[in-house]
Write a protein that binds this ligand. Structure first.
Ligand code: NDP
Length: 288
């Protein structure tokens, strides 16, 4: 891939940040968005607004997609003749399931295009700044050819040829991200209901959410199937979460979140894992 030129399709907060990063890096940038007015600020900064999807696709070999989901991708790309896709490298930075990523790669390959799947691990303000990263997978040659352009956005973590792999890593991580953050928000409701501000609790929250030690301790044990309850036990976690639940109830705070966690832990007890470590739930989850 030669030249500093790229098309960005999808101008939500993320696509806008990406197009801006390319402009800042001196790229010739063509943009297209369903709601055309979202291109206005970028055009003022020097981007070219394509009149239609076909013009956006044929303008450049590298096309970055940043959309809500792959349904949006099909809806957009089918507006152009299939010939407009031939020879394009589609850096699909739309978050989706691994299954849909593999299907999309095959759909694009049928039309002569190559998909590089991406899972962006940065909020829009981090795009174009150091310290951020994106998972990529798909054909290695295509990734290497596009690498310098992709690195304008974030660092790159290439995982392998399977187009579903970047999406899989992304979903595994984002599952932890959302459940962790919902836990944080619930706890802040509990704090607030008791007159403690989120800012007052911040140093404690940072400490509570520093899981690194646990992850390093648990990971090799999970891989070895070693779920000894020598440090903590599921039965202890049940008692502990019961206390969280009752504290929420006593504080007049919605207790559905601790109730759901308690339900999962009690499922572990029913499965005979009461005396095992919390990591035994890996096997309980996989069985169900
Ligand atoms: P948005 O959902 O806000 O924007 C998505 C874009 O998709 C818009 O340009 C929108 O067009 C377009 N779109 C949605 N549905 C359709 C459709 N049916 N037909 C045509 N166009 C459609 O997402 P973001 O910009 O926030 O994020 C883009 C991707 O990046 C997502 O996959 C997201 O998961 C991922 N991501 C986002 C992060 C973030 O913090 N924002 C962080 C990491 C990853 P229109 O303007 O016309 O509505």
């Amino acid at each position: 891939m030669t030249g500093k030129n790229v098309t960005v399709i999808g101008l939500g907060p993320m696509g806008q940040a990406m197009a801006r990063a390319y402009l800042n890096a001196g790229y010739d940038v063509t943009v297209w968005n369903r709601t055309a007015s979202r291109a206005d600020d970028l055009v003022a900064l020097g981007a070219k607004a394509a009149d239609n999807v076909e013009a956006a696709l044929t303008a450049n070999e590298l096309v970055v997609l940043s959309l809500t989901d792959y349904a949006a991708m099909y809806s957009i790309l089918t507006q152009a003749p299939a010939s407009a896709l031939a020879g394009r490298t589609i850096a699909n930075l739309t978050s989706e399931t691994p299954k849909n990523a593999r299907e999309a790669a095959a759909w694009l390959a049928d039309r002569g295009a190559t998909q590089i799947t991406g899972g962006v691990l940065s909020p829009p303000p981090g795009i174009g700044r150091p310290g951020m990263s994106t998972y990529y997978s798909g054909p290695r040659d295509a990734f290497e050819a596009a690498r310098s352009a992709l690195e304008v956005l974030t660092g790159t973590d290439y995982l392998g040829e399977d187009p579903g792999l970047a999406a899989l890593y992304y979903q595994i991580g984002i599952g932890m991200f959302w459940t962790g953050l919902v836990g944080y928000v619930h706890s802040m409701a509990l704090a607030q209901a008791n007159g403690i501000s989120a800012t007052r609790f911040l140093p404690n929250a940072l400490s509570n959410m520093s899981f690194g030690y646990f992850l390093e301790f648990y990971a090799p044990r999970i891989d070895a199937g070693d779920h000894r309850g020598d440090v903590e036990r599921v039965s202890m976690a049940v008692a502990s979460v019961e206390h969280v639940l009752r504290t929420a109830e006593d504080s007049g705070v919605d207790s559905r979140l601790p109730a759901a966690v308690l339900d999962i832990l009690r499922g572990g007890v029913r499965d005979g894992r009461a005396a095992d470590s919390l990591t035994a739930l890996v096997e309980v989850f996989r069985k169900s």
